[in-house]
Design a protein around this ligand. Structure first.
Ligand SMILES: [Zn+2]
Length: 204
């Protein structure tokens, strides 16, 4: 049994609350999505495989090593754990990673023929790092869905450091991260708002 100190419990609570928030917004249907936090001491907390993200408890949060392996025997991390550890390995400042399956991300990415969704001139773009004005555009890359997560991570790798708005997996969902959970949640909310706007515009 791993020791659950205060820092760990705070990280686990961050994950539980993020799951509730994402569920309220309809971004984690059924057992979709996964959520992680990196603690100041480098430990990584992530949701275990399966389970509804709107009904998480601290016991649903497990510790993995930087390669994505559970620290305790008999535990199973989310299938997409490698996509979380990839972000932490690349960005030493990353402290939280969020993955959800929204309607907007799913539909837009399935309809898209371009390699990215371009978001232009929206006020909300300022939520993303390095964006000081709405008069700008960011490209949110779309990667083809793949049940081979290692292969998917290889496709994502060249774009790391160049995705202020996160990225989308086609017909699947989004990945967004930040230095802490509130920032990651704000970016997720910003991205989902923008994807929903794009979806509305395309209906016109
Ligand atoms: Zn997923």
């Amino acid at each position: 049994m791993l020791e659950h100190d205060t820092a760990w419990r705070q990280a686990a609570q961050d994950i539980v609350r993020a799951g509730q928030r994402m569920d309220q917004r309809g971004w984690v249907p059924a057992t979709a999505g996964n959520i992680s936090r990196r603690l100041a001491d480098g430990r990584i907390a992530i949701t275990r495989s399966g389970g509804h993200k709107g009904f998480l408890t601290e016991d649903d949060v497990i510790e993995i090593d930087p390669a994505g392996r559970p620290r305790a025997d008999g535990q199973r991390a989310s299938a997409e754990t490698l996509l979380h550890t990839q972000i932490y390995a690349h960005d030493p400042r990353a402290g939280a990673v969020l993955h959800g399956h929204s309607v907007a991300a799913t539909v837009l990415s399935m309809a898209a023929t371009a390699p990215a969704i371009r978001l232009t001139d929206y006020e909300v773009l300022k939520v993303f790092e390095g964006q000081k004005t709405h008069a700008t555009s960011i490209d949110v890359p779309i990667f083809d869905n793949d049940q081979d997560i290692a292969r998917l991570a290889t496709a994502v790798a060249p774009f790391l450091g160049k995705m202020p708005g996160g990225y989308v997996i086609r017909g699947h969902g989004v990945y967004v991260w930040g230095p802490d959970m509130p920032t990651a949640l704000a970016r997720l909310e910003g991205l989902e708002f923008l994807l929903a706007c794009e979806l509305e515009r395309r209906k016109q």
